[in-house]
Design a protein around this ligand. Sequence first.
Ligand SMILES: Cc1ncc(COP(=O)(O)O)c(C=O)c1O
Length: 367
Amino acid sequence: MVQSQWPYWLPLRADLRNISPYGAPQIDDVVALNTNENPFSLPTEVVEAMTARLGTVIADLNRYPDRDAVNLRKKLAHYITQSTGVEVTDENIWAANGSNEILQTLFLACGGADHLALGFTPSYSVHPLIAQITKTPWFAGSRDEDFGIDIPKAKKLIRDKSPHLVFVTTPNNPSGTSTSIADLKELAEASGSVGALLIVDEAYAEFSEELSALTLLADFPHVVVVRTMSKAFAFAGARTGYLVAKPAVINAALVARLPYHLSSLTQAAAETALEFTPAMQAEIEVLVTERERVAQALVEVGFRVVPSAANFLLFAGFKGEPSAVWQAFLDRGILIRDIGLRGFLRVSIGTPSENDQFIAALREIAE
Ligand SMILES: Cc1ncc(COP(=O)(O)O)c(C=O)c1O
């Protein structure tokens, strides 16, 4: 809805009148490779266990959920400790409805009109969007041509701007590129020196070989790692994200969160998913192998592909406008993402058969 369409009687904030709701197109009967979902549905054994568990929870829906989601946080702590070797407990974890809610809560707790947030763009566009909604000033630092962060420049920027929140997404969305742990450490030092939280959005960490920023937590109390079950756990529909940080950050999130924000159903479903971690994550390897196969196919038809450590690829080198290429894919039943980055399109990695369809369409389009 554009400005002129808001009814006169609606006291909508003036600074929100020109904002469109965030979201990618949701179109039926297409191969959807546009939102970086995990394309594999849940294994039957998990569906059965989850159905049984939810059956028991439903009878108690007259009660509010565990406000602090302690069991879920314990299970997430166990997962993080097992998968990264960084020992954490439930006191280091806070969970919410997707990592988007985690991000929003961090902004509510530590952002606001007199607290600057800084990120390195192009990156996840929801960071500046939540900044705007929470009236937090946002400074967009840049990335270089290959989407890396120039560390000396970034450190200078952090020192000059003295933000309260610094955002780094790694692997980065939309580029798929990752920031090395050595570089993250330098950014943590710079952020600490100005009293900023360094918020590392690791939504795609499980697809990457890089060391997690979690390894910095022991030395840098102001590092916050944001994770999600939407991607590697193939659990986007259940809306479960979490952060890993020092207990003080969790206490700050508790101040800003809504009471009973995470439903009993979500908590029970996520706990069950975590009990089946190997089964839930069984397809990560397939997705990584498929990513390389799709990248190869893109290169073979003459596109430039940005090296990715995530479950998607950013590619460029079109003869015409990217929007025409996007449409040509859609005409062949394949929905990819035009993220508004000049000259680039992004494709999520699907199942092998979906990727076959993408590659077949690609070859036709590139002819
Ligand atoms: C970098 C990044 N962070 C966070 C999210 C949000 O994920 P969710 O809210 O599903 O946990 C996404 C989703 O695509 C993302 O790309």
